[in-house]
Design a protein around this ligand. Structure first.
Ligand SMILES: C[S@@+](CC[C@H](N)C(=O)[O-])C[C@H]1O[C@@H](n2cnc3c(N)ncnc32)[C@H](O)[C@@H]1O
Length: 171
């Protein structure tokens, strides 16, 4: 979470999209830290969405600025240019055909909107681990940077080998 926050070079403001927020911890923490942000979390798993909603309900002050919905990152239901920023924490490697999710994030971001990514790379999933926790998608940092650029993002910073941290801006 701190590393993901390190990607933001200032306070987050406006409408933010969380891909795969799970039970909502990072989204609730971001909402607490950035009172000028309104956050929408989209997770594929209805059980996770339910738990995220319960965690949100326990923080009444955040309810007006945070929502969790069930949905698929690869086919988002929002109109184009809805969000000021988007983020994902360990989600793209769970999505088979993660390029569709990258394209969707670009579509729903406003021009100039930021996309913050923290994910696990091909170097994290060494063969033994790969069998224990099979990822749906595998990529290196260089591949992910190339995929983001090809989808219409400018990559502003990229670091990490096993765990990748990227800040990109929608062109
Ligand atoms: C490893 S968890 C990460 C959860 C949270 N971001 C965190 O770091 O604690 C991956 C999450 O991605 C969600 N997910 C997987 N495929 C998805 C998809 N196609 N669209 C949206 N969410 C998805 C899963 O349901 C799960 O909650």
């Amino acid at each position: 979470m701190e590393m993901l926050l390190g990607l933001a070079d200032g306070p987050l403001k406006g409408k933010g999209l969380a891909l795969g927020p799970g039970v909502g911890w990072e989204t609730l923490a971001l909402a607490e830290k950035f009172p000028q942000a309104t956050l929408m979390g989209v997770d594929y798993d209805p059980g996770q969405v339910e738990r995220a909603r319960l965690n949100l309900a326990a923080r009444a002050a955040l309810v007006p600025r945070v929502e969790f919905r069930r949905g698929d990152a690869a086919t988002l239901s929002f109109p184009a240019a809805t969000f000021d920023f988007a983020y994902e924490l360990n989600v793209l490697h769970h999505i088979r055909g993660h390029l569709a999710a990258i394209r969707e994030v670009r579509r729903v971001l406003k021009p100039g909107g930021r996309f913050f990514l923290q994910d696990l790379s091909r170097r994290f999933f060494l063969p033994g681990l790969r069998q224990l926790f099979p990822p749906e998608s595998l990529f290196t940092r260089a591949e992910l940077v190339w995929q983001l650029e090809a989808a219409g993002f400018g990559v502003e910073s990229a670091r990490g080998q096993a765990i990748i941290f990227i800040r990109a801006r929608r062109r």
